[in-house]
Design a protein around this ligand. Structure first.
Ligand code: ZN
Ligand code: MN
Length: 502
């Protein structure tokens, strides 16, 4: 039987989401010891008796990690617990030296919050509220490296290596309540939520939030119930999805997979699954443990966390502008239409456009360059726009050069290419490539006369009052002047030359 299409799925089934996001904090030292946290060091060089779990070593809580977690909780509209505790989550895993993970269980530090996201729907922009159940602290595990197999997975490997540099890095886990009522927009809502979280965390400066490096990873839970039913279906959990696009694809793919099983009268298994970037499908992981399998109990080596109210209020006072408010402000200040605003958010260029505007560029011009030509080049090269060798300063300079008449839009596109190719700033590219607008009417007239002689028939039509025919001549003149002429000026001169001046 063929897979149901997405439209067939949503005609019959109602998705329910649940999202767990793990964020690596950017503290200088680990959660319970003073080891460095820097990414990319030689294996096992950032370890000590505490994070290697040598007998007798005792953990001490990192104050900065608590501060960052409280900031996150406040930014997500959570309540901050006056008293919370760490718990041991017991399970065996080779990259976890203690054989338990220090986490929080029934007493998380932040709880009962929410995040509002807006997405473009058939009825225009619509807001969805994602309720946050809890935000808790825990430590990351080490990393296993499986050597010898073709896939990098343990299956088929000759041996495995363990790197404990990551063991003990502070993690914050943000867990939503179940999210009903998103209907066919479930994949987009999930993506928008993770994007919003990322923007909030970036604004707080508590994490690098680099999904591709794993400092922000999402576990996406989804289940289906028949439309109109109150009974929740069985969920699957797709682990460690590491890009915004993959969050959307993973949810969509799982909805289709569930619907296929349910349509055939089969059951969805409660299990964790792994997302495969290449196919957009998930494959089965382990069957999901129940909470009791972890034998949680309070960690006797750590004192409870009891942040003073005054500290919490001090932190609250330092919260940056909320991303959603910032977007509203920008939309109004720059007078951006809904569609364009959605396009900017979708392309993730808001920061870069704002930086360009702050350097003096006109908002509409700045937006057009980043969303248009530069996005196109980034797409062609299949890299992030922020990784291109063009900066907000370059674009601001480019906009100024066009505004002053030194460049036409067309020439400016050549300059963008030059900047991205590493030829220097816009002015340097202009100088080196010898790009300049032909402002000299004499030179333009020479080109116009040449073109009118070559295309005498077309020129006659224009002379006879058929103005649309002028387009072809203007194009030829632009070509003749290698795109360095101002098209409006050419038009004016051409029409004058053919007796059509108005
Ligand atoms: Zn350590
Ligand atoms: Mn966790």
């Amino acid at each position: 039987m063929a897979l149901p299409t997405y439209d067939e799925v949503i005609a019959k089934w109602d998705p329910v989401l649940g999202l767990e996001v793990h964020v690596e904090l950017n503290t200088k030292s680990k959660m319970f010891c003073s080891c460095a946290t820097e990414f990319g060091a030689a294996p096992n060089t950032q370890t000590c008796p505490v994070c290697l779990a040598l007998p007798g070593a005792l953990p001490v809580v990192n104050e900065k990690a608590i501060e960052s977690t409280i900031l996150i909780g406040l930014a997500l509209n959570c309540k901050i617990a006056p008293y919370s505790r760490f718990a041991r989550k017991n399970y065996f895993y080779p990259d976890m030296p203690k054989n338990f993970q220090i986490s929080q269980y029934d007493e998380p530090i932040c709880f009962d919050g929410y995040v509002d996201v807006e997405i473009e729907t058939d009825e225009g922009l619509k807001q969805f509220r994602i309720e946050v159940e809890r935000v808790h602290m825990e430590e990351d595990t080490g990393k296993s490296l499986h050597v010898g197999g073709a896939t990098g997975r343990i299956h088929g490997a000759d041996y495995s290596l363990l790197d404990y540099n990551r063991a003990g890095i502070p993690l914050v886990e943000i867990v939503t309540k179940i999210v009903p009522g998103t209907g066919k927009y479930a994949p987009e809502v999930a993506k928008a939520y993770v994007a919003e979280l990322r923007d909030i965390l970036r604004g707080l400066k508590v994490s690098d939030v680099k999904m591709e490096q794993g400092s922000l990873r999402c576990d996406a839970n989804v289940s289906l119930k028949p439309i109109g039913s109150d009974v929740l279906g069985t969920r699957s959990e797709t682990k460690n999805v590491n890009s915004l696009r993959s969050v959307e694809r993973a949810i969509r793919g799982e909805m289709i997979r569930h619907a296929e099983l349910l349509n055939e009268g089969k059951k969805v298994k409660q299990e964790t699954r792994h997302f495969q970037e290449d196919t957009g499908l998930t494959r089965s992981g382990r069957s999901k443990e129940q909470a009791e399998d972890y034998r949680y109990f309070p960690d006797p080596d750590l004192v409870p966390v009891t942040p003073a109210t005054i500290w919490i209020e001090e932190l609250r006072a330092t919260l940056p502008e909320r991303p959603s408010l910032r977007r509203k402000r920008i939309k109004e200040e720059w007078n951006v239409p809904d569609k364009e605003m959605a396009a900017m958010i979708n392309a993730d260029v808001l920061d870069i456009v704002e930086a360009t505007v702050l350097l003096g560029a006109d908002p509409t011009k700045a937006r057009t360059w980043w969303l248009g030509e530069i996005s196109r080049i980034a797409n062609d090269q299949n890299i992030a726009i922020t990784d291109l060798a063009i900066t907000p300063k370059d674009v601001a300079e480019l906009v100024a050069l066009v505004a002053s008449g030194e460049l036409t839009d067309k020439l400016a596109r050549q300059v963008v290419e030059g900047v991205i190719a590493g030829e220097g700033t816009p002015s340097e590219v202009v100088a080196q490539r010898g790009i300049k607008v032909v402002n000299d009417d004499g030179a333009l007239m020479a080109a116009i006369e040449k073109v009118c002689a070559e295309q005498a028939e077309t020129a006659e039509k224009v002379r006879g009052g058929h103005l649309p025919a002028a387009g072809a001549l203007i194009g030829a003149v632009m070509k003749e002047t290698k795109g360095q002429a101002d098209a409006a000026r050419v038009r004016k001169l051409l029409l004058g030359h053919l007796g059509q001046a108005n």
